[in-house]
Design a protein around this ligand. Sequence first.
Ligand SMILES: O=C(O)CCC(=O)C(=O)O
Ligand SMILES: [Fe+2]
Length: 208
Amino acid sequence: MAPVQPALFDVAEQVLFDDVEGGIRYRPGLVDIDRATRWFADLHEAADWRALQRSMYERVVEVPRLIASYSLSSSDVPVAVREVLDAVRGVVDAPFDSVGLNLYRDGRDSVAPHNDTLHALMPGQPIALVSLGEQRDMVITPKADVLGRKIRLPLAPGSLLVMSHASQFTHDHGVPKTRDPVGPRISLAFRVRQPGGDLLRGYSPIAT
Ligand SMILES: O=C(O)CCC(=O)C(=O)O
Ligand SMILES: [Fe+2]
């Protein structure tokens, strides 16, 4: 029988923007596609997906994606989330203690440009974002008073995007809607909570 070859995947890291805390970095092949596909199926099935609503201009609107969130110290964290975390910890050294999951059911689901909620995040600690399922573009935009260019980055399944805490002051990120026929995508955002930070409201931008 042929020896089992180690999976070859792309571990090259791309620096999209730099700052003193590491900036924003993209690694297309954190894990191979087989593992990404299995995690997608497990989480699609097992995560505690919720549809949220928010008020906007005196109207109540649906948040255009499903959301789940866990404290990583809780016993109800799905096994696949722990496996994804292990893979992330292999390349990012941070004491992650919470995870927010997003399920974009099709091209109509999105997240509006935003920075992650700073008062709930531990200064100096990064946000690690893993993508599973269908590829969607992320748009990263420098804030009004910051020099730089807008980046449109296709987030491949099995990829990792790491954003510094500092970058949340300088750049917005979002996943725009698309008319392209796309299937579902799941993202997991691992974060380090500030003591007293609200898990759900603090971590998931309830933006359209
Ligand atoms: O789904 C993504 O890639 C981005 C999600 C996000 O920005 C967030 O959960 O704060
Ligand atoms: Fe975000």
